[in-house]
Write a protein that binds this ligand. Structure first.
Ligand code: 13P
Length: 287
């Protein structure tokens, strides 16, 4: 079922677990994530960055693929199709294409402009019953060519954005997209607690889920994080499994060159990573 992320995230916040957002890149990725969610009876959020949307031939193609798969694979767990780090234009395009959830990332704008643009989308999403994620304090690392340094959000600004009526809020707490550097100081739980204090019951979103130690994930959930984004880790699992298949020469044996065989180990590796994360986040059996 393609649904807004609102209900699943409110339930997660109340039940002290988190729903995973797993970014998709193609058919294999999408199928692996949906099947794992169904097997584990977990709600799930499929994340689509603007770059990935373009790669998959546009948002309408993505909506068609996801809706088709939900029907043909008999997926009954709640699935949200979510724009990840959208621009204002991207958000409008995804609303028109039929996404069920939108992230508008106005964190790089001055706060007044972030408020203005987020407000317009709050109204649009309200009317259409879509969930909306906003961001305060840039998440570090590189995503689609945009490099951020891992800021800590200002709790007052978080409250200003939360009060606009968004569904969930991504606040920078020293988290970074991609692999964490050796000298990473860890998540700022001080910032997280201060944000939580200001925004009350709003589900909080933790970006940069790849490589955050388990104890930090659990502590973040206990402090109000109800959605955790994972992208790079699935890419790395896919890469390692595909590399192994080729290095073992399996692509040169029999019909090992068949893309359905060549991509199978990577597909299974994504499933294993998603399963591991759903177990860690506590969303198994919560559909
Ligand atoms: P990672 O690639 O570090 O897992 O981050 C994913 C993310 O936050 C997508 O918005």
């Amino acid at each position: 079922m393609l649904v807004s992320a609102k209900e699943m995230l409110n339930k997660a916040r109340e039940g002290k677990y988190a729903v995973g957002q797993f970014n998709i890149n193609n058919l294999e990725w999408t199928k692996a994530i949906l099947l794992t969610a169904q097997e584990l009876q977990s709600p799930v959020i499929l994340g689509v960055s603007e770059g990935a949307g373009k790669y998959m031939c546009g948002y309408k193609t993505v909506v068609g693929m996801v809706k088709g798969m939900i029907e043909e694979l008999g997926i009954t767990v709640p699935v949200a199709l979510h724009l990840d780090h959208g621009t204002f234009e991207g958000a409008k395009a995804c609303i028109n294409a039929g996404f069920s959830s939108i992230m508008f990332d106005g964190s790089h704008y001055p706060i007044e402009e972030n408020i203005e643009k987020t407000t317009a989308l709050v109204h649009a999403c309200d009317i259409l019953g879509l969930s909306l994620e906003a961001e305060v304090g840039a998440i570090g690392g590189e995503e689609d060519g945009v490099i951020g340094s891992g800021e800590c959000a200002d709790p007052e600004e978080c409250k200003m954005i939360a009060d606009l009526g968004v569904t969930m809020l991504a606040a920078g707490i020293g988290n970074i997209h991609g692999k964490y550097p050796e000298n990473w100081p860890g998540l700022s739980f001080e910032t997280l607690a201060a944000v939580k204090e200001k925004v009350g019951d709003m589900p909080l979103v933790l970006h940069g889920g790849t490589g955050i130690p388990e104890d930090m994930i659990k502590k973040a959930i206990s402090l109000g994080v109800a959605k955790i984004n994972v992208n790079t880790e699935c890419q790395l699992s896919f890469q390692a499994a595909t590399r192994k298949y080729i290095e073992e020469g399996k692509d040169q044996q029999g019909k090992g060159f068949d893309p359905r065989k060549l991509l199978a180990p990577g597909f299974e590796a994504i499933k294993a990573t998603v399963k591991e994360k759903m177990e860690l986040f506590g969303s198994v059996g919560k559909a």
